[in-house]
Design a protein around this ligand. Sequence first.
Ligand code: SAH
Length: 377
Amino acid sequence: MSQVPETQSPLLDHIKRRIALSGPISIADFMNEALAHPEYGYYRKQDPFGRAGDFITAPEVSQMFGELIGLWAAVSWQQMGCPPKIDLVELGPGRGTLMSDALRAVRNVPGFGDSLTVRFVETSPVLRTHQQTAIMAYGIPATWHEAFDDIPTRANVPAIVIGNEFFDALPIRQFERGDHGWAERLVGVDAKSGELGFVRGRETPVTDALIPATLRGTAKKGDIYESCAPAIAIADQIARRLNETHGAALFIDYGHPSSAFGDTLQALKGHEYHPVLSDPGDADLTAHVDFAAIARAMNEAGGRTGAVLTQGTFLRMLGIEQRAELLKTSADEQQAVAIDQALARLIDADQMGTLFKVLIGYGRETTPPPCVSGVAG
Ligand code: SAH
């Protein structure tokens, strides 16, 4: 049936066949195939983390990251009046390292451990197994869910929701400003080379309407606008849940504090940047997170958000420098150097400290959790 010649990659062949049958696909459809295809998707088939993997995330850089987030969650719980039961939700928990470090750090907070049920939102069966192993020692009940909205709402049980590098993995669509209006950037097959390539869809009034009015007026030809509908949908669901049951949310990701133009789609393979369309399923694909869009969605749902902070500021507010000093008191010389390097990696401006941002959300009747400084617009 298909004219597409077979290559070494069944997923690439599948995507090309799909395009041959029904025309160019959106970048969101491409990302969905590349990351979430049930058999060949990047997050479905392998463990991408750590030094040997394609990228390294903050919890894998140092135990301090998860520990401080655990303490942030414990103080949030105390500020809610120490409710006897609480759901600690993590979106996209990877290897479970953050949760494991967080649970270890809060063992001495009286009553918190006993109140907890851990809820992991994770689609990858491989990573679910890692997460189970990572937290086994703490003896805290845990459940796994395909999506945030699958987590049951329990009367009088607030939720604390955490997500590190979760939103950046969700599929985006891109729109490009043309001579007269906006056209979607799509993935097609180049007729000559037979390779995947970007093509422009049609400029239509419908695509124009997808661009926020505040940005539309300032656009120049060639500007690219990215939107991430699944992120907005999840932010909306979380804000509703936090209003209903009380609670707090903490999102950390690389991205920008206000909506802006730019093509931020990128692929990483073996810790190197990689052409975005060349190895679907074998390279990680991400886009920068538009924190203003997420905050807007939470506020429109009646929730509250703090000002967007940089990761460096947030971790300093939680006392990461003091935590590093304390760890060094029982470290040998080599370990002390490693602790300093990890600290610099997490908070320095030229490393993860500035590019990574933090957004805190909470229910309209919840006491603002720690590190809410000012209220975002
Ligand atoms: N938070 C971890 C992992 C980040 S990578 C860390 O900081 O190390 C992204 C994580 O999100 C992975 O666990 C991946 O399997 C998961 N994921 C990706 N898309 C998802 C989706 N649509 N729903 C739930 N989990 C998803």
